[in-house]
Design a protein around this ligand. Structure first.
Ligand code: ACO
Length: 332
């Protein structure tokens, strides 16, 4: 039997920091409000000439280096993003592959908003277990500043830029295997979080497209309630289905949208503070990049060790949600 192993992690964040203080000079908000409602203190913003593919490429370089693989051994690249270099085509995954010098690979993007990383993890697992691919580079990369309206205080305080990447490889060692992944979606909540302009469902026709902004719009309060309900249900289900107790989770790594959402889910699972990974304070919500960026943080701090069990949990536009039980399985 062939299993899928989570071999390595890498991440990249742009240099420029946008603090709550900075935002309070741009819109009617305050550090106190943002900190109390979200837990966010600052976020990173990519340079004008720094594209989503540049962020993704830098994260991927690190993940490849740490995997011990030669880059020519990679046979597929999948990128999760809602802020691609170009809407529709070419895919950001194809651009990243070329920037990395990869040849003869399959490359494509998927759109599942903040759940994107869990979706691409499930795609990698399926391709590997079916025997179609052996070493897959998955990337969550976002330049959310390019689709954020900096005059809308209800959204601009939340989002930041960054990227995270991982190598998922075939193994015959069951102890290294990704245990389980759940993914779900429900389009009836589509209008809670969307970029309403620019697509074929847009009110604007092709002539208007240049002036029709692709900015995100969100009904934050309603999204918050659905997020807590769905995330809690989803993690309880994946743990029960696999007969895994809360105390066996070494690192709970949720999507970093809002400290209050993370706390509510962590409390519902009766997790201790040291089990819960938090990066929302310094990076804000980086959508599909937030889980791999958080994994990278604990890896670089030296707190993520071989064979330790991680639980991922995410929720985002679509609406989409997902959870995954993943042992960290580096070669060394
Ligand atoms: N500064 C000051 N006041 C503000 C701000 C701000 N930045 N934004 C909103 N307010 C005001 C509102 O106008 C409102 O004022 P009112 O009471 O006079 O009408 C008040 O604050 C409360 O607004 P709410 O929207 O009810 O605030 P809430 O406590 O819900 O916090 C937040 C808002 C932070 C957006 C929260 O709802 C949230 O985190 N939602 C979930 C976001 C999320 O998880 N999204 C999914 C993933 S993102 C993705 O997929 C890309």
């Amino acid at each position: 039997m062939t299993y899928a192993a989570f071999r390595s992690i890498g991440a990249y964040v742009p240099e420029k920091i946008l603090s709550n203080e900075d935002l309070s000079k741009m819109v009617d908000t305050s550090d106190e409000w943002i900190t109390k409602r979200t837990g966010i203190k600052e976020r990173r913003i990519a340079a004008k000439n720094e594209h989503t593919s540049d962020l993704g490429m830098k994260a991927a370089e690190l993940a490849i280096k740490r995997s011990g693989l030669d880059k020519d051994e990679i046979d597929m690249v999948v990128c999760a993003t809602i802020s691609p270099d170009y809407f529709c085509m070419p895919s950001t995954a194809a651009i990243i592959s070329t920037k990395l010098g990869l040849k003869n690979i399959t490359a494509f993007d998927i759109s599942a908003a903040c759940t994107g990383f869990i979706y691409i993890l499930s795609i990698a697992k399926a391709f590997i277990e079916s025997g179609m691919k052996k070493n897959i580079l998955i990337i969550g990369a976002e330049k959310l500043s390019s689709i954020t309206d900096y005059s809308d205080r209800s959204t601009c305080i939340l989002f930041g830029d960054g990227a995270g990447a991982a190598i998922i490889s075939a193994t015959d060692n069951k102890d290294e295997a990704i245990i389980d992944i759940h993914t779900g979606a429900d389009g009836k909540y589509a209008d809670l979080l969307m970029t309403p302009n620019g697509g074929s469902g847009s009110a604007h026709d092709a002539i208007d497209q240049e002036t029709a902004s692709c900015f995100m719009q969100m009904k934050g309060n309603e999204t918050f309630k659905v997020a807590v309900r769905t995330l809690t249900k989803d993690v309880v289900e994946i743990l029960n289905k696999n007969n895994i107790e809360n105390k066996s989770i070494k690192h709970f790594i949720p999507h970093q949208a809002n400290y209050r959402i993370i706390k509510a889910v962590g409390d519902a699972l009766k997790l201790k503070d040291e089990q819960v990974v938090l990066t929302v304070e310094k990076y804000g919500n980086t959508s599909s990049a937030s889980i791999p960026m958080a994994i990278n943080d604990i890896y670089e701090q030296g707190t993520l060790k071989k064979c330790e069990l991680m639980l991922f949990d995410a929720f985002g536009g679509g609406l989409t949600w997902g959870s995954a039980l993943v042992p960290f399985a580096p070669i060394k």
